[in-house]
Design a protein around this ligand. Structure first.
Ligand SMILES: NC(=O)c1ccc[n+]([C@@H]2O[C@H](COP(=O)([O-])OP(=O)(O)OC[C@H]3O[C@@H](n4cnc5c(N)ncnc54)[C@H](OP(=O)(O)O)[C@@H]3O)[C@@H](O)[C@H]2O)c1
Length: 307
């Protein structure tokens, strides 16, 4: 089975390559805007440069590679930047998806599309796959529009919605809640964390596993993928401090009204993941297990990155 990954240098992209390059019957084609990073010294996998906003490149790469499955992870993921640079956001998160879908259709490839809890308003969380999207910011709007394109494309597809992904990889273009809290406390920096939003966090390795479960089974439809427990960011920050034995007194509780961010956040999302557990056999780590996993992986990465 040949699997082409977009956004291979992103957090999920790197986890997918790590997972899939060890699967004997999988031929991995990693694609990304930047150059190939193979920090783990993985067994050979194929790499192609691919900026998904370049239509000719999309057509050429997908025709040349002729994948059985495309896992589309690439996106403009910074929610505030999406609010500020709407045209760029639309081009990356919507227009490029249309081109990828057209190319996937020509090659008869199964399309696994990554989406987000931010397609929801956050009024009625936790949410099932049946709940109706109603985004409160531009990032959510762009991801919802992309979901509609996928659903109307005529391509066999799975839409995998995920939430608050955390993890560590050798190269990262942006931080996540666990790394932010850990690094701040390690540097003795006081932080204010909101206690009026609710999320089900997702370990990046679990998300990669879910993509693989979907690919193996060619499972069609929408799937909610995250951990099972719901937390506020403040509660997560305390658990991070506990796990890494850091100074909790540096963490103070605040609420969303105290922050002026360019993009509104949905107050309560969180996923009900029964469908993924039942239909895919998805079994996520708890947040505490995820932190332990991440701590161990961090040691491995520190060794890799040592000069
Ligand atoms: N992270 C989360 O908390 C979260 C939550 C819900 C849903 N999701 C969804 O899950 C997916 C994976 O997220 P992630 O955490 O792996 O995000 P990430 O670490 O930000 O990775 C996204 C990747 O997409 C690449 N990209 C951006 N524009 C591109 C372009 N024009 N052509 C090719 N690649 C491009 C980025 O490259 P550059 O860095 O070089 O721009 C980056 O490597 C995304 O679709 C995201 O919307 C993520």
């Amino acid at each position: 089975m040949k699997i082409l990954i977009t956004g291979a240098n992103g957090l999920l992209g790197q986890k997918l390559i790590l997972l899939l390059s060890h699967e004997h019957d999988v031929e991995v084609v990693a694609t990304s805007k930047g150059k190939n990073v193979n920090y783990y010294d993985l067994p050979e996998y194929h790499f192609c440069p691919l900026d998904i906003t370049d239509k000719d490149q999309v057509n050429q790469v997908i025709e040349d590679e002729n994948p059985d499955i495309i896992i589309h992870t690439a996106a403009m993921t910074n929610v505030d930047e999406c609010e500020q640079y709407k045209e760029k956001c639309w081009n990356v998160n919507v227009v490029a998806v249309e081109w990828l879908l057209e190319a996937a259709k020509r090659q008869n490839a199964f399309f696994i599309h990554l989406s987000t809890d931010f397609v929801f308003s956050g009024i009625n969380g936790p949410l099932t796959e049946e709940d109706k999207p109603d985004p409160v910011n531009y990032y959510g709007k762009s991801k919802m529009e992309a979901e509609l394109l996928v659903q109307q494309s005529g391509v066999d597809y799975a839409i995998l919605r995920t939430a608050l992904v955390y993890g560590i990889a050798p190269t990262m273009s942006r931080s996540n809640i666990v790394l932010w809290v850990k690094e701040s406390l390690e540097n003795g920096k006081p932080i204010k964390v909101v206690d009026d939003q609710y999320r089900t966090p997702t370990l990046a390795e679990d998300l990669a596993q879910a993509c693989w479960l979907i690919a193996k089974q060619r499972a069609k439809g929408i799937f909610h993928i995250s951990d099972e427990e719901i937390y506020t960011p403040y509660e997560m920050a305390l658990l991070v401090a506990d796990h890494f034995k850091l100074d909790k007194t540096l963490i103070s509780r605040t609420d969303s009204k105290q922050f002026t961010q360019p993009a509104r956040r949905p107050p309560k999302t969180g996923f009900i993941i029964e469908k993924a557990k039942k239909e895919l056999g998805y079994q996520p780590h708890t947040f505490q297990e995820g932190l332990a996993y991440m701590g161990n992986h961090l040691k491995k990465i520190e060794k890799i990155l040592l000069p």
